[in-house]
Design a protein around this ligand. Structure first.
Ligand code: FAD
Length: 406
């Protein structure tokens, strides 16, 4: 029996436990995770960890001793398979039953897998967990050609990491540009060009007909138009499915993940959901119900839940931000560009130091900042001020963005 039982030992779950102890919560805390490792930073899995420049030890969110010293029970290698919301108990895949006072569901999502013919062949990977990247790294020595399916952030980051290692990389994307779901055509075009300069090949607006293999291992990818791409290894970066089946089976409302209110409460009493799996109404998306897949959202929702449990409740209101590292480009995004009606460039795209500013009815709603950390920091202030700045100042990179506030 735990006063607070957290399911999912990733960014959100770990931060919730940390924040509770920081707020002097004295009750018992159990943190259950189905991965064998203690909580770690997931973003390097497609970046430095894949590229071999960051060891796993440096990705740990806290040292082993931290959890013991704070009296947080790590219950690792265990998957929660069912919840009895009335009885306040959960059951793990090893049959163990755990009681809870409050349940925090912070399970993130499972990487979507390919479903075309040949998807069962060896050499096909996703990148969500440490074990995924370890499996991929183990196969790299015999790999020359990699096909990355999906031109989202994870696909592009993996492509950049693999180019650094000299692999031949082709990105296959069903839409007609990379990053199509998350950013403007301008930024998509920029990223595609940089990747092409680094030798990445693109097959845009392309579907996959089948994966073809020999001896149980993938050898090529056949596109819908019959083009055959050589492939010793395939990486599917095609998004996640929120890992909410037990919670939904217990009766929690939600379609895409689990619905939560402004305090991350689900429709079930004493049960919260947070992080990638929590569909919330976001003030920076005009109140639309969305799931955000970012460390920012996982961390800030965890803090919201901890405050709520401590009786210091505050509604979730955090400016969304995100980053992505590829080659020498550090992209930092602030705000959500959903529904923008105008976008402006500030700085010099050719110099690889610029920001794209998104406006709706004259108001700044988001910025994509490439190697422009000052714009990122000051852009956040513009968003919070709900500023409708002068376009001359916005696009004049000689003036700091904060000058827009007068
Ligand atoms: P997770 O961190 O996924 O943690 C959930 C944990 O719960 C996992 O360990 C999962 O295995 C476990 N679990 C699931 N079901 C159960 C169950 N039934 N019982 C027990 N345990 C369970 N975000 C950024 O902001 N910037 C980036 O640059 C960035 N890069 C990324 C690169 C990669 C390769 C990936 C995969 C993600 C990246 N993200 C990035 C997204 C970010 O990592 C996620 O938004 C964040 O991890 C979400 O935290 P979470 O706690 O909700 O989920």
């Amino acid at each position: 029996q735990y006063d607070v039982l957290i399911v999912g030992a990733g960014h959100a779950g770990a931060q919730a436990a940390i924040s509770l102890r920081q707020s002097n919560f004295v009750g018992s805390i159990g943190l259950v995770g189905d991965e064998p490792s203690p909580p770690y930073d997931r973003p390097p899995l497609s970046k430095e960890y894949l590229a071999g420049t960051k060891p796993f030890e440096r990705m740990l969110i806290r040292s082993d001793s931290f959890w013991k010293e704070r009296n947080i029970d790590l219950l690792l290698g265990r998957r929660i398979v069912s919840i009895d919301a009335d009885a306040h108990i959960v059951t793990a895949d090893d049959g163990r039953v755990l009681g809870f006072g409050k349940l925090l569901w912070a399970t993130g999502g499972q990487a979507r897998t390919l479903s075309c013919p040949g998807s069962e062949l060896g050499g096909i990977h996703t990148i969500r967990k440490r074990s995924d990247t370890d499996g991929l790294i183990a196969e790299l020595p015999g790999t020359e050609h990699v096909v990355v399916v999906g031109g989202g952030y994870i696909g592009l980051e993996a492509a950049a990491s693999l180019r650094k290692m000299g692999k031949e990389v082709t990105i296959v994307e069903t839409l007609d540009r990379v990053l199509a779901r998350v950013t403007s055509p301008m930024l998509s075009g920029f990223y595609q060009q940089v990747h092409a300069e680094h030798g990445v090949h693109f097959q845009l607006a392309s579907g996959i007909q089948a994966l073809e293999g020999k001896g149980g291992r993938v050898r090529s990818v056949r596109l819908s138009d019959n083009t055959l791409l050589p492939a010793d290894l395939v990486i599917a970066g095609i998004g996640i499915e929120p890992a909410v089946a037990p919670l939904r089976a217990a009766g929690a409302a939600g379609k895409n993940g689990v619905d939560v209110d402004v305090r991350c409460r689900t429709s079930l009493p004493d049960i919260f959901a947070l992080g990638d799996c929590a569909a919330h109404e976001n003030q920076f998306a005009d109140g639309q119900r969305i799931r955000l897949e970012s460390v920012q959202n996982a961390t800030d929702q965890a803090i919201t839940v901890a405050k709520e449990i401590m009786g210091q409740g505050q509604d979730y209101f955090s400016v969304p931000w995100f980053w992505s590292n590829q080659y020498d480009l550090r992209l930092q995004t602030v705000g959500l560009s959903i529904g923008y009606d105008e976008c402006l460039v500030r700085g010099d795209m050719a110099q690889r130091k610029f920001s794209i500013i998104y406006l709706r009815q004259g108001r700044v709603i988001a910025l994509d900042c490439v190697n422009a950390p000052a714009d990122f920091a000051q852009g956040r202030v513009l968003l919070l001020a709900r500023a409708k700045p002068d376009r001359e100042i916005l696009t004049n990179a000689a003036l700091p963005l904060k000058a827009c506030l007068g």
